[in-house]
Design a protein around this ligand. Structure first.
Ligand code: APR
Length: 249
């Protein structure tokens, strides 16, 4: 596996010459916008709770106000921040590479706000809501509600995210598999690679011959299987890749 600063040029070359690029992002890409990762978000007021309490269907049914208020707090955080240079760089790469798919595990909506178009939010969105029993989509929901509102069908409303133990919606999963299996370069950014099936997508691509580039300040579960590791924050590395792409267009 290659590492180091000359690797930016190699990454730019691979991306420039690829016919289909598949990008997978995780919480790290939003770090420089000030969005706490799931683990960071369990701080302060929420430090006494774990993932089972806050991000599972069982946790929601056990204590709907608790889960509702946690998501309300996170939705406010997301609303108060802006996409960072890493998000914008991916939008630029999409404009340069003709065939581009971005799968994000993030629920914060920042890729969409930065202008990404061919985007699959594989874990849903914290900005959208559906009813618990039947998945009916909901219109705008006010902030600061202390308890979940109810759908017209009578069910409680919940955030439209994929909780631990829940399946990824079939359409999003199929589109993600298709994109991964048909690409020739993968760019993995800011994910620890611990949560499946998202973390398996780069290796599906590798099986069909794709090269994998990873951008992360730290090595991860995925690093060993990657062809190129670019160590650093995505808000710095991704704009450098864009500059490399533009320098030879
Ligand atoms: N730029 C890029 N990567 C960064 C940065 C940065 N500035 N800062 C931190 N990272 C990296 C960390 O080194 C880590 O590898 O981002 C990764 C974040 O890992 P996680 O917090 O585990 O986030 P993620 O991989 O997205 O988690 C997957 O797990 O919490 C659940 O469902 C939730 O979608 C989430 C899933």
């Amino acid at each position: 596996m290659k590492t180091g600063s000359a690797s930016i040029d190699i990454a730019a070359d691979w991306i420039r010459n690829c016919s289909k690029l598949f990008v997978l992002t995780g919480a790290g890409v939003s770090k420089e916008s000030g969005i706490p990762t799931f683990r960071d978000a369990q701080e302060g007021l929420w430090a006494d709770y774990n993932a089972e309490d806050l991000a599972t269907p069982e946790g929601f049914l056990k204590d709907p106000p608790l889960v509702w208020q946690w998501y309300d707090w996170r939705r406010k955080k997301v609303q108060d921040v802006q996409p960072n240079p890493g998000h914008f760089a991916l939008t630029e790469i999409e404009q340069i590479v003709p065939n581009f798919t971005l799968v994000t595990q993030n629920v914060d909506g920042l890729h969409r706000r930065a202008g990404s178009q061919n985007l699959i939010e594989i874990h849903g969105s914290i900005l959208l809501f559906k009813c618990f029993d039947r998945g009916h989509e909901q219109k705008e929901i006010a902030f600061d509600l202390k308890v979940p509102p109810h759908c017209q069908c009578g069910s409680m409303v919940r955030p439209s995210v994929v909780w631990f133990g829940e399946a990824i919606p079939e359409k999003a999963l199929k589109q993600s598999y298709d994109a991964a299996e048909n690409c020739d370069v993968v760019l993995v950014v800011g994910t620890s690679g611990l949560v499946h099936p998202a973390a398996s997508l780069p290796f599906l691509a590798k099986r069909t011959g794709a090269k994998i580039i990873e951008v992360n300040p730290n090595k991860t579960e995925l690093t060993e299987g990657c062809d190129l590791f670019l160590a650093g924050p995505s808000g710095e590395i991704l704009p450098k890749i864009v500059a490399g792409l533009k320098s030879k267009v």
